[in-house]
Design a protein around this ligand. Structure first.
Ligand code: GLA
Length: 384
């Protein structure tokens, strides 16, 4: 990613013209392009600071960003961090069982702690980014007992290493699948990951038990995308109820919230938040971004037009408005990346143009940023 410096970012110019978008929404026009044309300097407010009355606001980061490229920018705008990739099993334990490389993850965790930030742990069990040794021996699947042993050792070692520094773990990521014909699932819509195939559906319970034992003080989350999907929501609610019935610790649900300018509806996410809240557990927005393509898989957008940026800004404002209204339930909001140039959507599901975050490629605030700041201000004026 491109280097960013705080001096370049602390002061940017912002055209004073606004575009009225109906329903009384006023949007600063083309904030990213205006650095060259505007005459009035406007200080960029710190994003997380604007949300202090409600919840911490964070970002997924890389070790390079915190140590070299964007340390000041990250310190200014975020007060909670998650490692975008380097805390996943495929990177922490790449080579063999019991051989860890914590150095890159430690860079992020230590940076966060040194700067008074909270740090999330992501993730312990997922069907992707697992090391190749984890599930096999001599080219064949290991037995249920062997895999449970490996899972217990991995979770215990990793959670213990970060104990007291990481306040929450995504223990299991993306275990359920609804409406994806190419994914293999069982009769309960559980993804046929290697964990599910070799251990069985109870791998989730074991994962949470191992994590709870390793750090009883950490909050334990189940994390997934499309949590507003009715089928997935039901599966999550059923899982939580079952865990509670059996006395298995689960503290929260992570809504990844990889969204687009058209999907999902605010109402559907609000419904999911309300249903999960009834079970008395916490919730975090763990991977927020809002793609300019209406369908997250599409590559139809080739540039960030003012029109699309305006649509995106309205959506960001609506989502943050929802999160503030649900501030008793939502205990953190984390962006999946610090700026557009660092977004995973630039290379997934293929190389393409996307600009799903609130800061552009140069880390300058986009219309979405100003709208989100306005939402925070509006709520603080009405003392919500
Ligand atoms: C999922 C994972 C994240 C990240 C994103 C996009 O949502 O939970 O860790 O890999 O996909 O890359």
């Amino acid at each position: 990613m491109k280097a960013t410096t705080s001096s370049a970012l602390d002061l940017v110019t912002r055209r004073q013209a606004v575009l009225t978008l109906g329903a009384g929404v006023c949007l600063p026009v083309g904030a990213q392009a205006q650095a060259t044309v505007a005459t009035t300097a406007t200080e960029v407010p710190a994003l997380a600071k604007a949300f202090v009355p409600y919840f911490p606001v964070g970002a997924a980061v890389t070790p390079g960003q915190v140590t070299v490229f964007a340390a000041d920018f990250i310190k200014k705008h975020f007060n909670i961090l998650v490692a975008e990739n380097v805390m996943k099993p495929g990177l922490l334990a790449k080579r063999a069982e019991g051989r860890y490389d914590f150095s890159q993850a430690d860079d992020i965790v230590n940076f966060g702690i040194a700067n008074g930030m909270k740090v999330r742990g992501h993730t312990l069990c997922w069907h992707q980014q697992m090391p190749s040794w984890f599930f096999t021996e001599g080219g064949k699947d290991v037995s249920r007992e062997v895999l449970l042993g490996r899972m217990e050792k991995y979770i215990t070692d990793v959670v213990t290493h970060f104990k007291g520094r990481v306040y929450a773990w995504d223990v299991v990521n993306e275990a359920f699948v609804f409406g994806e014909p190419n994914e293999k699932i069982d009769q309960n819509n559980m993804r046929m990951s290697a964990f599910r195939r070799i251990i069985g559906p109870d791998y989730l319970e074991f994962a949470f038990k191992f994590a709870a034992k390793a750090d009883p003080g950490a909050l334990l989350f189940y994390n997934d995308y499309e949590t507003q999907n009715n089928g997935k929501l039901d599966a999550i609610l059923t899982m939580v109820k079952e865990f509670k019935r059996k006395g298995i610790k689960i503290d929260g649900i992570g809504h990844q919230a990889h969204c687009t300018v058209a999907h999902p509806s605010i109402e559907s996410l609000e419904f999911a938040i309300d249903e999960i809240a009834k079970l008395g557990i916490t919730q975090e927005i763990t991977e927020l971004d809002i793609a300019l393509n209406s369908n997250i898989m599409d590559s139809l957008v080739s540039e960030a037009t003012p029109d699309l940026l305006a649509k995106q800004a309205v959506r960001y404002a609506q989502f943050f408005d929802l999160f503030i209204r649900k501030k008793k339930e939502i205990t953190a909001v984390v962006m999946w990346g610090i700026n557009d140039s660092a977004s995973w959507m630039r290379y997934w599901p293929r190389q393409r143009f996307e600009a799903p975050l609130m800061f552009d490629d140069q880390s300058l605030p986009k219309p979405a940023f100003w709208q989100v700041i306005d939402v925070a201000k509006r709520h603080s004026n009405t003392k919500s």
